[in-house]
Design a protein around this ligand. Sequence first.
Ligand SMILES: NC(=O)c1ccc[n+]([C@@H]2O[C@H](COP(=O)([O-])OP(=O)(O)OC[C@H]3O[C@@H](n4cnc5c(N)ncnc54)[C@H](OP(=O)(O)O)[C@@H]3O)[C@@H](O)[C@H]2O)c1
Length: 138
Amino acid sequence: MTPGKPSTAKAGEPAKRSSISPADPCTIVIFGASGDLSRRKLIPALYSLAAQNCLARRFAIIGFARTPMADEAFQQLAIDSVKKFADNATGNDLQCKEFAQSLAYVSGEYHRPEAFEKLKHRLEELDHAHNLTEPNRS
Ligand SMILES: NC(=O)c1ccc[n+]([C@@H]2O[C@H](COP(=O)([O-])OP(=O)(O)OC[C@H]3O[C@@H](n4cnc5c(N)ncnc54)[C@H](OP(=O)(O)O)[C@@H]3O)[C@@H](O)[C@H]2O)c1
């Protein structure tokens, strides 16, 4: 699930697939990324889609919330969320780590314009880094 690469299944096992077609390359922003909804539902659900090759082949996810956090801390939060709340039958540790590598984080407050400037800048960086040439926003 590293952007631009197919997902990695356990050695000898095919990746679990679903009948849902993969989406176009995209970047997804989770507002409230440090919160309960994100940790219990959104991140595990996105991981499950990615593990079943239903998310875009190339994707990035940016978490946005107030708590200052480095990308690595958000990636670890995501790994912990997946381990705790995702369907155990979906994916494996390697897929989980690959999924986490697609995550970035921006801290800011909704009412502060500079936070959205920071988010815009990060979106542009990730579009470039992950070759998301047709970003799904105007
Ligand atoms: N939890 C659920 O299962 C669930 C289910 C259905 C609907 N919802 C709804 O989903 C929404 C979020 O719920 P939640 O349970 O995730 O709440 P939560 O645990 O309190 O999390 C709120 C999130 O929003 C961020 N946030 C709050 N004010 C902000 C601001 N001014 N600027 C930037 N970020 C801000 C928080 O950031 P920091 O913590 O970093 O400050 C945190 O990431 C609520 O409207 C809730 O009613 C939740």
